[in-house]
Design a protein around this ligand. Structure first.
Ligand code: PRX
Length: 606
């Protein structure tokens, strides 16, 4: 049944060679479309050009700088081929990892597709991640090539990306930096290491044969946070992944080929990979790529773009919607959003009141909201409404049902199915083509993290409930990770960074709800020696987090305490800290070793 379904879905792609077997092997290493050969850039570009869609607009780019550009599929073909040839001439080979540290500019899409065209593996690093995060990822993949731009622009501020790349490249395996000069601002150039993007493509051939990739050859690595300090390099395949994102895109949003599609995610996250780049381009739609924030230069930015391009499918995050709600409904007035037919949401559960606002004020009560639950590891949507459901079948706040033949279940601590209405762990019982190939260079961690908690099924790391009508309600992470503004970040990652400060003996992260970001965190810090200068130390800690992780890891508050609540085996009980902050019952303290810590923490919070 499953093989038949996926075989039909895979047939929607153009394969150079058809597979011999739809699936083979055992969980968690099932291989899909064994023996089949294809190329991701061919799927996204060549086949549309061959099918007579060359003159169709593939991409409208809008930047907060005021610039806008459009590219047809023919343009995309030219750019991708030239860059792919240039990369090859530079010595990039099939299987090499190419790091992309880029703003939301068209060259980011050309780069992703060009890397895929020559069979190399892209590793996009979100452009707001710090030099240290970039460096750690380069070290993990041992990459020799990086593509970057001189500056990234966010809310009117230019950040020198090249400077960050130079810092990271200096201490790693990077041999060549391909630099996109998008501004006239000066940046340091090292003639031995740096190559200007324009120079590279001006000397390269106009056609580059797409590499014939085996279906399970890796297409990309994308890092995501886990429960330890070290992020996990999630690897995705070519054939299985592309089949899955293509299939889920169509199930959830319908046929968008003749529509204008806009997903607001950054290419640095999985949504940017699956549903900004691959799925829409495979479908041959026209999409919007936006560089900038929803509230800059003012909170009507997104509505202007929707009106200008007559966007029909608009896919965004609850955190952005909450921010726009807070900034006031008046920013929507006067804009014609009647082109919208479908809305989408991703990153965290969308609160029913936010759902209602989005539905009424953006969708004018006529657009279904497609609330998609999925993860970096799953490749594409797992639980989501289908476009054909219409509005009536939706329940605000629920991602509705598992898509197609995904077998999602709610189980207890022992892996036993729970009755409807009981909160439990969300697991996936069967296998699907979009599932990650594993963690880059660390199969053991992959098996332990996802496949050891419950026998023979994928442990998603989320709590959920299934109601009596079969609707799934996602209730947040069940592991030690936070979801801040829809971005996953590990508590251990933050704590490990904080204790790098020479004054800090111990640190613990406490999650707290946040009206805009969904979740925020406070830091509880124990100093090595008491200090009068806690304000200075606070600033230092904030800076350390910025350097070690990036702007995302900014604590809402920092508290200096005498000790942290711990179990007898020395494990910090973060739950107690979160409950104290929210003035909630702290529950059973019998496992607590140092009960005296509580009074001190309470008084510091006060
Ligand atoms: O906790 C879930 C939450 O985001 C996690 C996955 O994070 P990441 O791999 O960064 O991917 C984000 C984009 C797919 C999940 O384990 N999450 C994502 N989408 C939803 C969600 N929680 C509830 N509802 C959603 N629609």
């Amino acid at each position: 049944m499953s093989d038949k379904f996926w075989s039909n879905e895979a047939k929607k792609l153009d394969w150079f060679k058809e597979w011999d077997k739809v699936s083979s092997g055992e969980k968690p290493y099932v291989k899909w479309f064994v023996g089949g050969e294809l190329n991701a850039s061919y799927q996204c570009v060549d086949r549309h050009v061959k099918n007579g869609l060359g003159e169709k607009i593939a991409l409208y780019w809008e930047s907060e700088s005021g610039e806008s550009q459009s590219f047809t599929y023919n343009d995309l073909y030219i750019h991708v081929n030239k860059l792919a040839s240039g990369l090859k001439n530079l010595g990039v080979k099939k299987g090499d990892v190419v790091v992309l540290y880029m703003p939301m500019i068209p060259q980011a899409i050309f780069s992703i597709l060009a890397v895929a065209r020559i069979g190399a593996i892209h590793n996009v690093v979100f452009s707001a991640f710090s030099y240290k995060s970039l460096k750690d990822r380069i070290i993990d993949t041992n990459a020799k090539f990086i593509i970057t731009a001189d500056f990234v622009l966010r809310r009117g501020k230019y950040t020198d990306l090249k400077f960050i790349v130079d810092l990271a490249a200096h201490e790693t395996s990077i041999e060549k930096v391909i630099l996109i000069k998008r501004t006239d601002k000066p940046v340091a150039i090292d003639n031995k290491k740096d190559i200007l993007y324009e120079d590279l493509i001006s000397k390269s051939e106009g056609y580059c044969e797409p590499e014939h990739m085996e279906s399970s050859d890796p297409l990309f690595i994308l890092y995501t946070s886990g429960t330890t300090g070290k992020p996990k390099g999630i690897v995705h395949s070519t054939g299985g992944y592309l089949t899955y994102v293509n299939s889920t895109f169509e199930s959830a949003f319908g046929k968008v080929k003749d529509e204008i599609y806009w997903c607001t995610a950054d290419i640095g996250w999985v949504t940017g990979h699956s549903y900004v780049v691959y799925a829409p381009l495979m479908s041959g739609t026209t999409m919007i790529l936006h560089e900038g924030a929803p509230d800059y230069p003012d909170p009507s930015t997104w509505w202007k773009i929707i009106q200008k391009y007559k966007v029909s499918v608009f896919y965004t995050s609850p955190t952005a919607i909450r921010m726009l709600i807070k900034l006031g409904q008046e920013w929507l007035s006067g804009f014609d959003l009647s082109s919208l037919r479908v809305l989408g949401s991703v990153g965290e559960a969308i609160n029913p009141d936010v759902w209602q606002w989005f539905f009424e004020h953006v969708g004018n009560k006529k657009c279904p909201i497609i609330d998609t639950w999925w993860q970096t590891e799953t490749g594409g949507f797992m639980i989501s409404p289908k476009r054909e459901y219409g509005i009536e079948k939706l329940k605000p706040g629920s991602a509705t049902f598992p898509l197609n033949i995904i077998d999602a279940q709610i189980v207890d601590e022992h892996g036993l199915p729970l009755p409807d209405g009981y909160k439990g762990y969300l697991v996936i019982k069967n296998c699907w083509p979009g599932l990650t190939l594993g963690i880059w260079g660390d199969n053991k961690r992959y098996e332990e993290t996802y496949w050891s908690k419950f026998k023979d099924c994928y442990y998603a790391g989320d709590f959920a409930i299934k109601d009596k009508d079969g609707y799934f309600w996602i209730l947040g992470r069940s592991d030690e990770t936070l979801n801040i503004a829809g971005h996953r970040i590990g508590t251990a990652e933050i704590e490990n960074a904080v204790i790098k400060n020479h004054m800090v003996a111990e640190a613990a992260v406490a999650a707290v709800p946040d009206k805009i970001k969904g979740q925020d965190f406070a830091l509880f810090v124990v100093l090595k020696t008491q200090s009068e200068n806690t304000d200075i130390i606070k600033t230092e800690i904030i800076n350390t987090l910025k350097i070690e992780i990036g702007a995302l890891a900014k604590p809402g508050k920092i508290y200096f305490v005498d000790s942290l609540p711990k179990t007898r085996s020395g494990k910090i009980i973060r739950r107690v800290l979160s409950n104290l902050l929210q003035k909630q019952d702290i529950g059973d303290l019998s496992t607590l070793e140092n009960i005296s810590a509580i009074e001190n923490i309470k008084s510091v919070i006060r």
